[in-house]
Design a protein around this ligand. Structure first.
Ligand SMILES: C[S@@+](CC[C@H](N)C(=O)[O-])C[C@H]1O[C@@H](n2cnc3c(N)ncnc32)[C@H](O)[C@@H]1O
Length: 238
């Protein structure tokens, strides 16, 4: 499935990484003067959301995997809790810049085709985590593919902790995207390019997520903040 379906995502994120990687990883930062200390600290905050007071925690802390690691702030924080961390990203430029963020830590940065976790053995991961990535993926089948991969690579006792866009109202969402696309055609789009399909991504209803988890041999064991842009779920082996 990869390459033809993910080529536009790769092109978009390669360009964003060259323009201003930190800002596009976290658009709450100041574009011209991103506060990198705060940026790194938020990596710890996200790992805390995924693991502390969570409905499920991994039985072992050998290997953590992040889908869409960007500049590596979450990988860096995970390396404080796991023996080894593997961060996958679709953008080679993001990964290049991430090297400095994770320097000296047990973090392996890998390029993905945009829909799978190449080079990772079945049952090799105690945790698979993803944050602010699925929400940017416009193609539902790509999200399904990553959920299937999480099911494949999780070890017994492992946990898949993930955030996605669960905002309700698919008609409203499609209408909003159509308006944004029209505005962009008129040359009046968002100056930072956040009105493009590769940033707007998709919203996914919970039953669709649950069906993809079941297909992957996983079962949802927890949900936080449903119907939100930042909805989290936790899944383990069925
Ligand atoms: C908003 S950033 C978040 C990065 C990281 N998760 C964080 O929160 O620090 C989104 C990242 O996902 C990556 N990405 C986008 N589509 C992807 C895909 N299909 N597969 C893997 N990575 C992807 C982008 O290159 C970018 O680095």
């Amino acid at each position: 499935m990869a390459s033809s379906r993910t080529a536009s995502m790769r092109a978009y994120w390669e360009e964003r990484a060259r323009l201003n990687a930190a800002f596009y990883v976290d658009t709450s930062l100041d574009y011209d003067a991103p506060d990198m200390e705060r940026f790194l600290e938020t990596g710890r905050v996200v790992v805390g959301l995924a693991l502390d007071d969570a409905p499920a925690t991994p039985a072992q802390t050998r290997t953590a995997v992040e889908i869409g690691c960007g500049l590596g702030r979450i990988c860096r924080a995970l390396s404080e809790r796991f023996d080894t961390v593997i961060g996958y990203d679709i953008s080679a430029e993001m990964l290049q810049q991430a090297k400095a963020v994770v320097e000296g830590r047990q973090v392996d940065l890998r390029l993905t085709d945009g829909a799978s976790l190449p080079g990772l053995d079945d049952g090799a991961a105690d945790l698979v985590v993803t944050f602010t990535v699925f929400q940017h993926i416009p193609d539902l089948d790509v999200i399904r593919s990553y959920i299937a991969e999480a099911g494949r690579v999780l070890a017994p006792g492992g946990v898949f902790a993930f955030q996605w866009n669960n905002t309700p109202g698919s008609r409203r969402w499609r209408a909003r995207r159509a308006v944004m696309a029209a505005v962009q055609r008129l040359g009046r789009g968002d100056r930072y390019g956040r009105d493009q399909p590769e940033f707007l991504g998709s919203r996914v209803p919970l039953p669709v997520i649950d069906a993809a988890l079941a297909d992957a041999g996983l079962v949802r064991v927890g949900l936080r903040d449903p119907d939100q842009l930042f909805t989290w779920a936790w899944a383990t082996r069925a």
